[in-house]
Design a protein around this ligand. Structure first.
Ligand code: ADP
Ligand code: AMP
Length: 219
């Protein structure tokens, strides 16, 4: 898909700078951590300071849930309320579309923070099936934060977020999903030396200082 997209643009635009940037494969940083670990907060700060586009799997799913005429709206709503992981076919297509649209609008925007993905084995297989060879996963930014702190932050966020899953019942299920399904994925990447762990239990600014140090080192 990206090859086709890049090919189409290439035919239209012959200039050297275009051709140079078009050789750039999408560069991806996966952002993982428990619910409320601060993934979204830190991604916003990264976007302010670096040339990254933030794509949150959760935000994309919530937008699809709200989209009029979506055939998946009800299914997504049920999964989110239960803290379960939505089938990968839905999530991967939303991610792929968002990446393609971003590059189509500005071919220099080929760096992505993919937040809340891959959350389980199914997600990982879906990524490999659809995106292998089409995007480079540089590393995994892992926001490490205790479960209790995560729950407290989400309950606090729930006072104003309007989210159907920022309540204690959903959160306990989300934490279980995180521990059972997402941690093994982080461990898998750890074995490949691809995980950059950030202690996310500290203040937003302290966490971001470590994020900056990591991104500056990675280049
Ligand atoms: P995630 O995207 O991982 O679910 P968010 O970035 O939405 O988490 O953060 C969850 C809640 O915790 C938000 O209300 C946010 O303002 C707050 N928060 C984020 N990072 C911190 C931090 N380092 N210390 C305290 N509160 C935080
Ligand atoms: P988040 O906004 O990251 O806290 O995600 C909220 C909810 O969206 C999760 O509890 C899941 O139900 C769903 N979700 C988020 N990311 C994914 C994903 N990668 N795959 C499937 N479902 C997801």
């Amino acid at each position: 898909m990206f090859g086709r997209l890049l090919g189409n643009v290439c035919q239209r635009v012959p200039s050297l700078s275009y051709r140079v940037s078009l050789t750039m494969k999408p560069q991806v940083v996966f952002v993982l951590g428990g619910p409320g670990a601060g993934k979204g907060t830190q991604c916003s700060k990264i976007v302010e300071n670096y040339n990254y586009t933030h794509l949150s799997a959760g935000d994309l799913l919530r937008a699809e849930r709200a989209r009029e005429g979506s055939e998946f709206g009800q299914l997504i709503a049920n999964y989110i309320k239960e803290g379960k992981i939505v089938p990968v076919e839905i999530t991967i297509n939303l991610l792929r579309k968002a990446m393609e649209e971003t590059i189509q609008q500005d071919e220099k925007k080929f760096r992505f923070l993919i937040d809340g993905f891959p959350r389980n084995e199914d997600n990982l297989q879906g990524w490999t099936r659809v995106m292998d060879g089409k995007a480079d996963v540089k590393f995994v930014l892992f926001f490490d934060c205790g479960n209790e702190a995560c729950i407290d932050r989400c309950l606090e966020r729930g006072k104003s977020s309007g989210r159907s899953d920022d309540n204690r019942e959903s959160l306990e299920k989300r934490i279980q999903t995180y521990l059972q399904s997402t941690r093994p994925i982080i461990e898998l990447y750890e074995k490949q030396g691809k995980v950059r762990t950030i202690d996310a239990s500290r203040s937003v600014d302290e966490v971001f200082a470590d994020v900056k140090a990591t991104l500056d080192k990675e280049g």
